[in-house]
Write a protein that binds this ligand. Structure first.
Ligand code: HEM
Length: 156
């Protein structure tokens, strides 16, 4: 059991690293660099490619996070209405909001891609804008909170 558990915790942490780390890298390193491309068509194409790759990369880790989280909560006996089980429910809620926000970003990107392919760059831009402006920062903040609450569960 202990040997399985080490992999469960490992993949839970790996999921957090890839999902939150991926969003931070794209929002604070890749996104500002993209703004230096003055050609609208090229900038939009690269933005669509980068967001598409990011969203595809993190999807398995989003699923891994909830699966490993639920497994740990079960194994460690975080049930009922103890303080720690409330934190598990808080983490479930955070994960759910992040997953909804992620789905909305995937949808916006899909709409932006359709407009881009139809040659309507203005609409493509309008659909992409909220992703960098609000949605990635919200998920980064919630992800950091989930990491913090994970450490509380660990016993800090
Ligand atoms: C965005 C989602 C999440 C992130 C980023 C995240 C991140 C983390 C991190 C970094 C830890 C610390 C691991 C350690 O020190 O051992 C942790 C622990 C934990 N997480 Fe999550 N977590 C997320 C979602 C969830 C969910 C949805 C659940 C429950 C359903 C959950 C349950 C747990 C449990 C039970 C622990 C304690 C592990 C231990 O005692 O070692 N997590 N989480």
């Amino acid at each position: 059991m202990a040997s399985l558990l080490i992999y469960v915790v490992f993949f839970h942490i790996l999921g957090a690293v890839i999902w939150i780390g991926g969003m931070i890298a794209v929002r604070f390193a890749v996104h500002p660099a993209l703004q230096n491309i003055s050609d609208d068509e090229v900038r939009l194409a690269r933005t669509l490619e980068i967001t598409g790759r990011l969203f595809a990369l993190v999807l398995p880790f989003i699923i891994l996070l909830i699966a490993t989280g639920l497994y740990m909560a079960y194994i460690f006996g975080f049930r009922g209405h103890t303080d720690l089980s409330k934190i598990v429910h808080l983490k479930e809620a955070i994960w759910f909001i992040m997953a909804l926000n992620y789905s909305a970003m995937v949808w916006l990107r899909f709409k932006a891609q359709s407009y881009y392919l139809a040659g309507n760059f203005m609409m493509a831009k309008n659909y992409l804008a909220p992703i960098a402006k609000y949605m990635l920062p919200v998920n980064i903040f919630l992800g950091l909170a989930a990491i913090y609450f994970g450490l509380i569960l660990r016993g800090f």
